[in-house]
Design a protein around this ligand. Sequence first.
Ligand code: PMP
Length: 429
Amino acid sequence: MPEGTALSVPVLLDLDRRHVWHPYGPMPGRQEPLVVESASGVRLKLAGGAGELVDGMSSWWSAVHGYNHPVLNEAVRAQLDRMSHVMFGGLTHEPAVRLVKHLVDITPDGLEHVFLADSGSVSVEVAVKMCLQYWRSLGRPDKRRLLTWRGGYHGDTWHPMSVCDPEGGLHELWTGVLPRQVFADAPPAAYDEAYAAHLWEMIERHAGELAAVIVEPVVQGAGGMRFHSPAYLRVLREACDAHDVLLVFDEIATGFGRTGALFAAGHAQVAPDVMCVGKALTGGYLTLAATLCTARVADGISRGEVPVLAHGPTFMGNPLAAAVACASIELLLGQDWRAEVERLEKGLREGLAPAAGLDGVRDVRVLGAIGVVQLDHEVDMAAATRAAVREGVWLRPFRDLVYTMPPYVTGDDDLARIARAVCAAAREG
Ligand code: PMP
């Protein structure tokens, strides 16, 4: 392969087919991936003159400010001239410290110790380690299981997989191999007293072996795009307090405004003991996530026989990622992000309403900048994707779902186009 020469699209696709492992690949009967040449604003420019697509996915919840943003570009560039990376063991630096201070300031009260992880899955691993180690330090090594909801998704490394939806999900292969956790039914959309009582009873019954309850607050994302009443978060908080169990919120998908609150926990004014953030943390620019915990958890760990949190990724606190995360948070908070998300919510409600009348559509739901059309059958991914691309939009339908979570900077015309594409994909998928 001649070095420095741009690959033609056919050559690139051939090499991709032969050598590249994509997420959840190789997919049976997979369709050819589209080759992206560049991305700017809300548009992905395809290689080989194949046109542009409006991005309906924010690159899996992350690119909230759109692509090639001048402020975020400049943050990376300025940091690049200072240092791109130094080890975080024994050294510290301003981008990481500034970021941690931002996170402590904007997340729910009481979260004040921050571990900078290098991906969402790792931040959940770290959250689990924090919780198990906390109880070990307190002389309760028997408290080492996790309670979660069915229908959840927390990542693809070992502990996160153990709390993903155990049935029909992505990780069924590992049933019996993964740590055995406790599963409660997925919460109903509306508040239901009987379900809340059931949740309470399960936490009470298993409290002796539970280190923590871990859930995605308000929106269960990749496990099924389900929404539920924030009131369940209060039930969890009270039950966890009453029965000495820690509460972990995985806000990796829901964080930074996506649901209409800065963090989904804010819909219920509930503060967890441990919280994970990622994805939109860097505006989708670089891989970074964080696990925050309270002083109670950090102090508990420090009192243990092994008083350290034994986790230290090579790229922990990466200065480029931390710098762009600071810029992304400042950009978000410096504008009326709530009004933008409300505008998207209104546009998605209007634009997706026609999908409710389609054959094969079970449900249409919108919350914040998230729009979901649920089918009564498994979606034909290739056909649905083709339909969206024909409308000039990038979507990634899966299971029985066609959904969108557009960048917050999506204009009204582009949003209407995204909604039309979701409807077309639901019709043809
Ligand atoms: N938790 C949630 C709620 C997620 O949506 C995801 C990613 N889809 C993860 C954890 C894992 O994050 P990552 O892909 O960055 O490892």
